[in-house]
Design a protein around this ligand. Structure first.
Ligand SMILES: Nc1nc2c(ncn2[C@@H]2O[C@H](COP(=O)(O)OP(=O)(O)O)[C@@H](O)[C@H]2O)c(=O)[nH]1
Ligand SMILES: [Mg+2]
Length: 241
């Protein structure tokens, strides 16, 4: 089963929910913080962080981005992260409810492979617990921390990309490398999955191109691979005819 599409015709509203999942300290919060910083202030919501008792654990972060389609539909994109620590599994499961797509943030060091595998299994289990079919919920894999020693080589990551069906993105989240590219990939798979179920183009006149353009027109893409596709807005004050 899929998540129920959050398409509310009465309120003319569509909510797309993305969950950043993965082991503790893989860089999930860093990803969301960068996206938040790069989002234009007038369209971004507050980045909420709830700290749990063992204070090194972040509970979840939430970033709503709003826009209206040509047909007057309001579209919201919600980004969540889960706490990675083993004891917070119940929270991870709850946050995963209704996810339209998942960005799995892995630490690409060799030493982190067992952790990544354990959390991949945990993701699949928690999807099942939420009555989501793991084969139906799209996932994008980010190999983060590519700046550190002993990471998987590009060739090894390429191998993973070829073996699996999931899009794979390399990243150095602390430097902003690969973060917006991961967001693009996960929003794209989420859109396609929702569109297949709810016919977004047909029913609310929202195409994949419009969806992605609306989101990334509000995000500063400078210095990323998305810069050409979605040119950053020029600084204020330039003369316009
Ligand atoms: N060297 C390096 N450190 C990173 C990178 N991304 C995140 N970190 C650091 O890893 C630690 C954990 O990151 P955080 O985003 O809190 O991980 P989370 O537990 O998955 O939310 C922090 O100290 C980050 O600054 C990266 O690409 N390279
Ligand atoms: Mg975190």
């Amino acid at each position: 089963m899929h998540a129920t599409v959050q398409l509310n015709h009465a309120q003319r509203e569509l909510t797309v929910k993305i969950v950043y999942y993965g082991p503790g300290l893989s860089g999930k919060t860093t990803n969301l913080q960068l996206i938040h910083q790069r989002t234009l202030p007038d369209v971004r919501g507050r980045l909420l962080t709830v700290e749990t008792h063992d204070d090194r654990t972040l509970f979840f972060d939430l970033l709503p981005v709003f826009f209206s389609t040509a047909s007057g539909f309001k579209v919201k994109v919600k980004l969540f992260t889960v706490p990675g620590q083993v004891i917070h599994n119940a929270t991870r499961r709850i946050v995963l409810q209704g996810a339209d797509a998942v960005a799995f943030i892995a630490d690409s060091r060799r030493s982190a492979a067992p952790e990544n595998n354990a959390y991949w299994k945990n993701l699949v289990e928690n999807m099942r617990e939420n009555a989501l079919d793991p084969a139906q919920v799209p996932v994008v894999i980010q190999y983060n921390k590519r700046d550190l020693p002993d990471t998987k080589t590009d060739a090894e990551i390429e191998e993973t990309r070829k073996k699996g069906k999931e899009p794979v993105v390399g990243a150095i989240a602390i430097r902003g490398v690969g973060v917006l590219e991961t967001l693009f990939a996960v929003l794209q798979v989420a859109f396609r999955s929702i569109d297949a179920r709810a016919g977004l183009s047909k029913n609310i006149g929202l195409t994949e191109k419009e969806f992605l353009t609306q989101v990334f027109n509000n995000i500063d893409t400078s210095g990323t691979e998305l810069e050409k596709l979605f040119p950053p807005k020029k600084a204020q004050g330039s003369a316009t005819p």
